[in-house]
Design a protein around this ligand. Sequence first.
Ligand SMILES: Nc1ncnc2c1ncn2[C@@H]1O[C@H](COP(=O)(O)OP(=O)(O)OP(=O)(O)O)[C@@H](O)[C@H]1O
Ligand SMILES: [Mg+2]
Length: 292
Amino acid sequence: MPKGRATSERAAAEEAPAERTSAERAPTAGAGAGVGAASVQLDDVQVRFRSKKRDVTALSDISLDVSPGEFVAIVGPSGCGKSTLLKLVAGLLTASSGEVLLGGERVKGPRHDIGYVFQRAALLEWRSALRNILLQAEMRRMPAARARARADELIRMTGLTGFEDAYPHELSGGMQQRVALCRALLHEPPVLLMDEPFGALDALTREQLNTELNRIWRTTGTTVLLVTHSISEAVYLADRVVVMSPRPGTITEIIEVGLPAERDYGETLGRPEFRAAAARIRELLGAVSAQD
Ligand SMILES: Nc1ncnc2c1ncn2[C@@H]1O[C@H](COP(=O)(O)OP(=O)(O)OP(=O)(O)O)[C@@H](O)[C@H]1O
Ligand SMILES: [Mg+2]
C-alpha cells in the first residue's frame, strides 16, 4: 500500500478508534438495548485559545451532565464553541480550566473508544463502502466475524444493502454519510459525537437520516451529542437541547423536549411539545425566520 494511503487510513480511523474498558460499560438507559452507554459531564469548563495574534475565550462556565443513553443536541451561533465542546469530550482538546468526565473518568487525552461523525463523511475513496466501515475494525483488531456481523446489521439499519461494494464516488452524499455513521457505530461506542453530520444534505435526505438516526439511537442505546444548526433536527432527535450564546460560548438555556423516544417524523413536527420547544429555541437564538 502506498505510504500516503497508510497515513490517511490511520487518520480516518482516528475519527473513532480500541475497545472500551469495562469501567465504561454503564448500564443501558432509556429505550436502547444491548450497548453500554456512558455519561458525559462537563464541570465549569473554560477554553481559551492564546496565540501571539489573538486571545480567544471559546467556552466559558460550561457545566453539563448527560446521562448514559441520553440524546443531547447543541445549537448556537457560528463560532460559539460547539465543535470545541465536542473536541473536549473526545479528548482532542484540553480545557483551560474545569473538568470533563466520560463514563465518570476524567478525559486526559484522545479517547479512542468513542464514535465521531463529521460534516463531511471523510471516506477513503479507494475502499468500498463495506471496507470503509470495516476500517474501524481493522484499526481496533476486532475479531473479523464479529465486525462483519455488526457491519451487516448497520448496513441493513441504514438502508445501504446492495451498495456494500460501491466506492464513495458511486454513492450519494446521504449514502456516504450513512457509511460514516456505520463506521462510527461499528465498535458499539459508549458515546457518539456528531458535528453537523447532515449539514451538507438536501432537506429530504436529511429527514430520512434523522428518522434513521432516531431508530439507531433507540436500538443501540448509545449516548449522543449532536451539534446542528437546524432547530427542527435538534428538537426531533433530542431529549434535551442545549442553546449556546455567541462567543464566549456559555449555556443560555437547556430545553427539555418531552417527546417519547420513538418519533414518527411527520407526526412529531405537528405535536405541541415539538412546536413549543422549537419556538423557545428560536426565540433564544433570535432567529428571524419562522423556519430554520
Ligand atoms: N485550534 C484553535 N485555535 C485557535 N482558535 C480556535 C481553535 N479552534 C477554535 N478556535 C476558536 O474558538 C471559537 C469557537 O470555535 P468552534 O469551531 O468551536 O465554533 P463552532 O460553534 O463550532 O462554530 P461553527 O458553527 O461555525 O462550526 C472560534 O472563535 C474559533 O476561532
Ligand atoms: Mg463547528
